[in-house]
Design a protein around this ligand. Structure first.
Ligand code: NAD
Length: 291
């Protein structure tokens, strides 16, 4: 099926990135969120990020103008009624996503593919809330969307091949690469990455190394561009903890138990970069280990 019109629900850090790459690739995009402020902030962010790409010579100014002209916004989910593909990228909360899906479906024609950018919630369970589980799947971008080359495509138990192939074609049009994953907790990237981060937390918790030695060890010893604790701060410690809980609950294996130190940082509100404190303190000029 030819996809031309794309609806994006949720204009946060991922939703605005998705609208950014979709519009640059030539799709008509409508972004939906709960407030005008969220929509305006998303459009302003997209413009700022595209200007950076222009200044680096990655895109032409005319590409930017054409892409911005392809982005519309609406507070009313009914405005997504003409979409060939919808990507739900609202807050990571199953109740919120269920309500969004239930409100959206009555506005959609039969052919519309519905997808979710969830990092951890079961695709099969979300699909069961729709009238089209065979046309529902996971479309999981990485953060930051304009820079990261991978999209995980996750089939629910009922997803049909035509839907998968249509989404694969969109990923290719974006110039990104797809990794196909089955619908099990945290899919591929987070199943591997977040337990490594959790293990780094245990390494700190048990005093094997301090923050600087753990991050340096993995940067210089394993050639990782960021140390695991620095990466945890970038992702958000609350998000890391939520994903560990999904793995622990969903797979029932004690190897996924969240590190008590990670839980303690989250309880303290030390959630990482977004609040300027996590494993590092970002309030000064140079990030310093917080303890
Ligand atoms: P965010 O908090 O930045 O944005 C979420 C947006 O959803 C907010 O603007 C909020 O107002 C909006 N929203 C909430 N309820 C809504 C509703 N009923 N209708 C419309 N909009 C609504 O979150 P984010 O980081 O952009 O994450 C969005 C999704 O992407 C989540 O499912 C998350 O798991 C997934 N994801 C996040 C990352 C990451 O690194 N942050 C990476 C991959 C996937």
């Amino acid at each position: 099926m030819e996809i031309q019109k794309v609806g994006v629900i949720g204009a946060g850090q991922m939703g605005n990135g998705i609208a950014h790459v979709m519009s640059l690739a030539g799709y008509d995009v409508i972004v939906n969120d709960l407030s005008e402020e969220a929509l305006n902030a998303a459009v302003a962010r997209i413009e700022k990020n595209m200007l950076r790409q222009v200044s680096k010579g990655q895109i032409e100014e005319s590409d930017m103008a054409a892409a911005l002209a392809r982005i519309g916004t609406s507070l009313d989910v009914a405005a997504l009624g003409q979409s060939d593909l919808v990507i739900e990228s609202a807050t990571e909360n199953e109740e919120i996503k269920n309500k969004i899906i239930e409100g959206l479906i009555p506005h959609l024609p039969e052919h519309t593919i519905v997808t979710t950018n969830t990092s951890s919630i079961s695709i099969t369970r979300l699909a069961s809330r729709t009238d089209r589980p065979e046309k529902f799947m996971g479309f999981h971008f990485m953060n930051p969307v304009p820079l990261m080359k991978l999209v995980e495509l996750i089939r629910g138990i009922a997803t049909d091949d035509e839907t998968y192939q249509s989404c694969l074609k969109v990923v290719e049009t974006l110039g990104k690469t797809a990794a196909s994953a089955e619908d099990f907790p945290a899919f591929i990237v987070n199943r591997i990455l977040v337990p490594m981060i959790n293990e780094a937390c245990y390494t700190l918790y048990e005093g094997v190394g301090n923050v600087a030695s753990i991050d340096n060890a993995m940067k210089l010893g394993a050639n990782h561009p960021m140390g695991p604790l620095e990466l945890a701060d970038f992702i958000g410690l609350d998000t890391c903890l939520a994903i560990m809980n999904v793995l622990h609950d969903g797979l029932g294996d004690t190897k996924y138990r969240p590190c008590p130190l990670l839980t303690k940082y989250v309880a303290a509100g030390w959630l990482g970069r977004k609040v300027k404190r996590g494993f590092y303190d970002y309030r000064g000029d140079v990030p310093m280990p917080s303890r």
